[in-house]
Write a protein that binds this ligand. Structure first.
Ligand code: CU
Length: 333
């Protein structure tokens, strides 16, 4: 195994490298299927957490010199031929898997593998490293992929309610002792004790805290995560949970149209302001409708609201720092 320097990646370079400062994912439908190619590099390094502690991670990264946790978001269209090349720059074996879609099998240290599949069922998928489960996955080797219905730019599945914008919320909870064990290729020997809770790799910050409102640090202002729109800017949230904890996801100002649970289309679309998110690769899709907030008096059409999880520990970092957890901002412009 080649000796290499560890990457030390600040949240700032992470988010910046993902979308180049752009915010929402743009997507234009095509009338014909296409061939999509994507390359990931399995890399390692440290990411500074809200309490200043540097924690070890591995990720499906955009380049050999970067560390992306989660990996870059991908959107493809039903019928597309998707070809993904994974370069494993580490000395340990890894894999690239999407349940029910593709599985690279073992990618030995220093080796590269290309997988190919045809995008079929529209929906939201977690890609992840299935080896050494769940340790490699929760140490950062995961990301989100969406399959859009053929020819559609505004539906989750054929006949679904429509949206104008879409976001991935890839969630994780982090026990640094587990990450440290993975770093040294050991099996963690403690019960999972999460100390950090992230959406798209970032945690929130309260007003006045270092990094507050910095989109590269604060999950509340990360354009990949923040809900921002005018009345009518219906926004699909593709929530995918790479972590070990179940969550209770709660929004202010609007109820959401809850469309799927763990990849299955729900029989009825319920309007909910709290949606459960299962652990260990659970997920849901829901539309935040950006309707005029119904309960405000006097009536409002603009303003600021929070989204936070209703399981209390997730609102902390480092074992108790309150309001440094999994949360984001809702802005009616
Ligand atoms: Cu609340």
């Amino acid at each position: 195994m080649k000796r290499r320097d560890f990457l030390k990646v600040s949240s700032a370079t992470m988010a910046g490298s993902l979308l180049g400062g752009a915010g929402l994912i743009s997507w234009a439908s095509r009338s014909h299927a296409a061939a999509i190619s994507k390359t990931f590099y399995i890399t390692e390094g440290f990411i500074t957490q809200p309490d200043g502690v540097d924690v070890y991670f591995r990720g499906f990264s955009a380049s050999q010199g970067s560390l992306n946790v989660p990996g870059e978001q991908m959107i493809v269209q039903q019928g597309d031929t998707v070809r993904i090349t994974i370069h494993n720059t580490l000395g340990t074996s890894h894999s690239f898997k999407i349940d029910g879609v593709v599985d690279s099998g073992r990618i030995a240290g220093g080796r590269s593998v290309t997988v190919q599949f045809t995008a079929q069922d529209p929906g939201s998928y977690l890609y992840y490293d299935a080896r050494n489960a769940p340790y490699n996955r929760v140490t950062g080797l995961h990301g989100g992929l969406a399959i859009m219905p053929s020819g559609s730019s505004n539906r989750l599945y054929d006949g679904s309610p429509t949206f104008k914008k879409q976001l991935f919320w890839v969630m994780n909870d982090i026990d640094p002792a587990w990450n440290q064990a993975v770093r040294y290729n050991n099996t963690p020997n403690n019960n999972f004790t999460p100390r950090y809770f992230t959406i798209n790799g970032l945690s929130g910050r309260p007003p006045g805290a270092p990094g507050y409102e910095d989109p590269n640090v604060d999950a509340g202002y990360d354009p990949r995560t923040k809900l921002k729109g005018y009345i009518g800017d219906r926004t699909l949230i593709r929530a995918l949970n790479a972590g070990m904890c179940k969550h209770s996801v709660h929004w202010h100002a609007n109820h959401l149209e809850w469309l799927t649970k763990n990849g299955q289309i729900r029989n009825d679309i319920w309007l909910k302001d709290i949606i459960p998110l299962d652990n260990n690769k659970g997920g849901f899709d829901a539309i935040y409708p950006f309707e005029t907030p119904p309960d405000a008096y006097p009536p409002v059409r603009s303003g600021h609201y929070p989204m936070h999880l209703h399981d209390e520990m997730t609102q902390t970092a480092g074992g108790g720092l309150y309001q440094f957890g999994a949360m984001t901002h809702i802005h009616f412009m």
